[in-house]
Every structure is written in structure tokens, then in C-alpha cells.
Design a protein around this ligand. Structure first.
Ligand code: MLC
Ligand code: AMP
Length: 488
């Protein structure tokens, strides 16, 4: 069962956000009303604004037999078209005042009434039934829909609760987006499954997070970009340091948290941030435990019930637990996804004999904890905790009338971890033909990618070049694309 507290609501606040709060009693009523409208629909799109509306909409859909498809409300036209075509939702849940673009506006709306009362949650679907489709980027092509079963959610949230000693007494706060597994599964379903409380802080700001922690939140979930900002603030402002220091658990994930940031926060607050490691396809695989952080900079041991192998290029185990021998992380366990929607080819590429190949490279410490060392594909960029494929950004750039050639790379960035960099050859004055083209500015290209894909996929740096370096086959040699010395 995904939500035991909704069958017998405790007398406690479940959700707080946007100036409102909902008790478990109210949540059970409003989510059950959504479930009644969602029942019998195969997939329901969720216009996932960071709001209680989204939380209740998702919980309601999960109480029904429908599958939830969370969508970034800032998604661009091209990505949205793909997501709607690929997942074929038959209804949408969106805040009443949302300005919905064409392909979702045409769908029937399911209303969320935060004040609805009376209805009882229906019996939950079986554990193997699908629960979610989340979209995640690959190196090339449009994002793939990851179909997650309910079993992955229940087993994974159970494992995290055990290693973090996470209970109904915990009050979680975060400001994560609600269209990825981090913010939605860990950050919303996690506390609700336990009968605890989520205080969603809206869009991320140090003040909002520090305010929630000072006001009684016991746990914080964030991506390294957020901890970078919190570290700087905690060093300068004793109230921020005190707020962080008072938390029971500070957890980072979705991208590597540099040891430098862990040390800065520990020095300023007395708290050590712990890490957990996951992917959309597996939810979480490893986590440092509450109260026994283990090796600094590691992501902790495998979660209970999850098998983590390190393998070589031939798929042979190379596990040495020596902190040195590197292998690709392969995962097996109840946390695995079902398949990529409509992409049996892509599923076959990464799932073999029940094992999922993550593409991440890691070593194992003598105490069993895993240290993530890098990634196989240089064409996948993790920026601010969002995964972005170089290929999708290149394709979007090439759709700009003034772009003749484009290559995209990731460069280290203190704040974002990696920054998306676009290398662009502009069309000749006459556009190579009769039409004249105006040379674009970096901002034009940023806005162009933001509007086609999503703002987080926009290049943060654009470098105009006369030509791209290519090998004899005509393939771009990305290793030859390096920042000029005087560039940050
Ligand atoms: C900026 N904006 C634009 C724009 N430029 N809008 C339109 N066009 C443009 N050209 C808007 C943005 O939408 C945003 O609005 C605001 O301006 C600031 O945008 P930004 O500069 O992109 O924000 P930034 O500071 O870079 O964001 C940092 C961040 C964010 C940490 C808040 O990166 C973030 O939320 N990261 C979380 C990623 C995450 O949840 N990953 C989990 C994946 S699951 P607005 O309104 O939004 O402020 C996974 C598995 C696992 O990885 O292990 O967890
Ligand atoms: P996504 O496809 O957005 O779910 O991103 C999954 C990827 O995020 C993983 O394959 C890792 O590369 C990265 N990741 C998640 N958590 C961590 C972590 N704690 N440390 C390093 N990388 C991480």
C-alpha cells in the first residue's frame, strides 16, 4: 500500500505550501475526490507547479488506477509536444489559473478541490501496476518516458525511511521542482507515506529554506546547487547557520556534492550533509545513513533490498571494495523501472538479465559505501541537478535560422556543477542562400532553447566559432572544444 495514513488519517498536518496547509483528513478527502475523477483514465498529465495543488493532484491520481505524467510547467513547445504525443494523456490536472499551451489545453481537466470532504480513498491498485511516467534526457533525441511501478515507490521509500530513521514525527522541507523523482517521490510521497509533514518552500531561496528550518522542519532535501548557496549564506549569516545546524538531517542528491561544500557547511553549522544516489529509472540506490555518515564524499552503501554491482566494459564484476577499482554501476532490485515508454530498443540497451546499467562510474570503499567518480557519456550534462542531453540542445540550436552548426558541452561550474556551453557557427551573411540572416546574440540563442525545450536546458555560455573541429568521419571532436583561457 502506498499511502496507509490516508486510509486512517492521523490528526496531523500533511502538507504546507503557498500560505495554505492541509491536514491528513482534508488530504484524504481532496485526493479521494481527484481519484474518483481519474479512475478509468489510462494516463493523467499533471502540470506540476510547485504547489499543494500538484501534491494533491498526484496523490489523487496514485489512489486511482491511472498513471501520473508530471510535466514541467516551464516546458518548451518542442518538448511538450513530444511528451504529450508519447504519453498520450487523456486528462490534465492544472491549477485553475494556469495558462496552458495548446496540446494540454485541449485535454479534459480534472479539478483539484483542496476543501473537498467526504469521499473515502478507493482500494489501491496492485503493487506491480504502473504509477508514473517521468521524462528524462538521453545523449541524443528527445527525452524518454520512464515508466515506474508502484512497487518501486513502496520498496524505495521504505528503505529510505529505515536508513534515515524517518518517521511521522519528521517535518520535511524543500524547494525542489515537482516533476522529477527527487522532489515528487522522495519529497512529497516520502512524508505522506509515513504520516509526516511536508512544508514546500516554493521556489528556492536561502531565506525560505532557513525560515522553514528555524520554524521546526527537521529534514531538508536539496540538490548541490542549493547547498552551495546555503553554504555561502551560512558562512555569512549566523541565523542561517543556526537554522541549518538545528536540522536532524540535511540530504543532498541528484548530482555530486563536492567535499568542499560538505566541509564548508559542517564548519559553519556543525552538521554534516549526507548524500544519496539515484536515477529516474531506479529511484534511489545508495544512501548514507542517519547518524553514521561513513566515508566523506561517498553516497553510502546500497539501500536495503537493492543490489549494486561495479562492472567492467564486458559486463564482468570488478568489485574490489578497495576504494580504487572503478567500474560502471549496475543495479538490480525492486526499485527498477518497468521500461522506457514506446522505446523497447532503448530499454534493451540498458536492462540485461534484470540488471540496469546506470552509465555512472564508481568505486567501492572497504566499508561498502559507493563513491561516484564520473559518467560514461560525456554528452550527458548534469546542471543544477537536472540531466540534459547535448544532442537535444544541439538539435534545438540548429532549428534557429541563424545557426549553421552547433555543438554542446558541459563545463565545470562552481554553482551548477556543470554549465551547458554552446559552440555555434553562425550562417554566412546571406544565410548560404538568398535570405539574409541577422547574427544572433547569446541571449537570443538562450531564449530560443528555453522556449523550445525548457529554461534549465538553455546554454549559460555561447561561444561563436568559425568552424567546429571534426575528425575524418566529419564527427565533431568535442575534446578539442575547450574554454579560451580568459573565459570563466
Ligand atoms: C531564466 N528563466 C527563464 C530564462 N532564463 N525563463 C525563460 N526563458 C529564459 N531564457 C527563469 C527560470 O525558468 C526560473 O524561473 C528563473 O528564471 C531562474 O532560472 P535559472 O537561472 O535557470 O535558475 P537556477 O538558479 O539555475 O536554478 C537553480 C536551482 C535549479 C537549483 C533552483 O537548478 C533546480 O531547481 N534544480 C533542481 C533539479 C532537480 O530537482 N533534479 C532532480 C532530478 S531527479 P523560476 O520561476 O523557476 O524561478 C534525479 C535523480 C536523483 O536526478 O538522484 O535525484
Ligand atoms: P536523472 O537521470 O535526472 O535521474 O539523473 C540521474 C543521475 O544523477 C545519475 O545517473 C548520476 O549521474 C546523478 N546523481 C544522482 N545522485 C547523485 C549523487 N549523490 N552523486 C553523484 N551523482 C548523482
Amino acid at each position: 500500500m502506498l499511502f496507509p495514513p490516508l486510509a486512517d488519517p492521523p490528526d496531523r498536518v500533511a502538507l504546507v505550501g503557498g500560505g495554505r496547509s492541509l491536514t491528513y483528513q482534508r488530504l484524504a478527502g481532496s485526493a479521494s475526490a481527484v481519484a474518483a475523477s481519474a479512475a478509468g483514465r489510462r494516463r493523467v498529465a499533471i502540470w506540476a507547479t510547485p504547489s499543494l495543488h500538484t501534491c494533491v493532484g498526484v496523490i489523487g491520481v496514485l489512489l486511482s488506477d491511472a498513471v501520473a505524467v508530471p510535466i514541467n510547467p516551464k516546458i518548451g513547445a518542442r518538448d511538450l509536444d513530444h511528451v504529450v504525443r508519447d504519453s498520450e494523456p487523456t486528462a490534465v490536472i492544472a491549477p485553475p489559473d494556469a495558462d496552458l499551451p495548446e496540446p494540454v489545453m485541449a485535454l479534459p481537466r480534472i479539478a483539484v478541490d483542496l476543501d473537498a470532504r467526504g469521499s473515502e480513498p478507493p482500494p489501491e491498485p496492485p503493487d506491480e501496476a504502473p504509477a508514473f511516467v517521468f521524462y528524462t534526457s538521453g545523449t541524443t533525441g528527445p527525452p524518454k518516458g520512464v515508466l515506474l511501478p508502484r512497487r518501486a515507490l513502496t520498496s524505495n521509500l521504505g528503505a529510505l525511511a529505515a536508513v534515515w530513521r524517518w518517521t511521522a514525527d519528521d517535518v520535511l522541507t524543500h524547494a525542489l521542482p515537482l516533476f522529477h523523482v527527487h522532489g515528487l517521490i522522495l519529497g512529497v510521497l516520502g512524508p505522506i507515506r509515513l504520516g509526516g509533514t511536508l512544508r514546500h518552500a516554493g521556489s528556492f531561496s536561502v531565506e525560505a529554506i532557513a525560515g522553514e528550518l528555524a520554524g521546526g522542519a527537521t529534514m531538508l532535501f536539496g540538490v548541490p546547487t542549493m547547498y552551495h548557496a546555503l553554504a555561502t549564506a551560512a558562512e555569512q549569516d549566523p541565523t542561517v547557520a543556526r537554522a541549518l545546524g538545528g536540522a536532524r538531517l540535511l540530504v543532498s542528491g541528484s548530482a555530486p556534492l563536492p567535499v568542499r561544500e560538505i566541509n564548508r557547511i559542517e564548519a559553519a553549522t556543525g552538521r554534516r550533509v549526507i548524500q544519496r544516489y539515484g536515477l529516474t529509472e531506479t529511484i534511489m540506490n545508495c544512501a548514507q545513513h542517519a547518524g553514521e555518515e561513513g566515508v566523506l564524499g561517498s553516497v553510502g552503501p546500497a539501500l536495503p533490498g537493492v543490489e549494486v554491482d561495479l562492472r567492467d566494459d564486458a559486463g564482468e564484476r570488478v568489485d574490489a571494495s578497495d576504494g580504487q577499482t572503478m567500474g560502471e554501476v549496475w543495479i538490480r532490485g525492486p526499485n527498477l523501472f518497468i521500461e522506457y515508454l514506446n522505446r523497447p530498443d532503448a530499454t534493451r540497451e540498458v536492462v540485461q538479465d534484470g540488471w540496469f546499467r546506470t552509465g555512472d562510474l564508481a568505486t567501492r570503499e572497504p566499508d561498502g559505501s559507493i563513491r561516484i567518480a564520473g559518467r560514461r557519456a560525456t554528452d550527458l550534462i548534469k546542471t543544477g541537478g537536472f540531466k540534459v542531453g547535448a544532442g537535444e540542445v544541439e538539435a534545438a540550436l540548429l532549428e534557429h535560422p541563424a545557426v549553421a552548426e552547433a555543438a554542446v558541452t558541459g563545463e565545470p561550474d562552481d554553482r551548477l556543477g556543470e554549465r551547458i556551453v554552446a559552440w555555434v557557427v553562425v550562417r554566412g551573411e546571406d544565410g548560404g542562400g538568398a535570405t539574409r540572416v541577422t547574427p544572433p546574440s547569446p541571449k537570443d540563442l538562450e531564449d530560443h532553447v528555453a522556449s523550445l525545450l525548457a529554461p534549465h536546458k538553455r546554454p549559460r555560455t555561447v561561444r561563436f566559432v568559425d568552424a567546429l573541429p571534426r575528425n575524418e568521419m566529419g564527427k565533431v571532436k568535442k575534446s578539442a572544444l575547450r574554454a579560451p583561457r580568459d573565459d570563466p
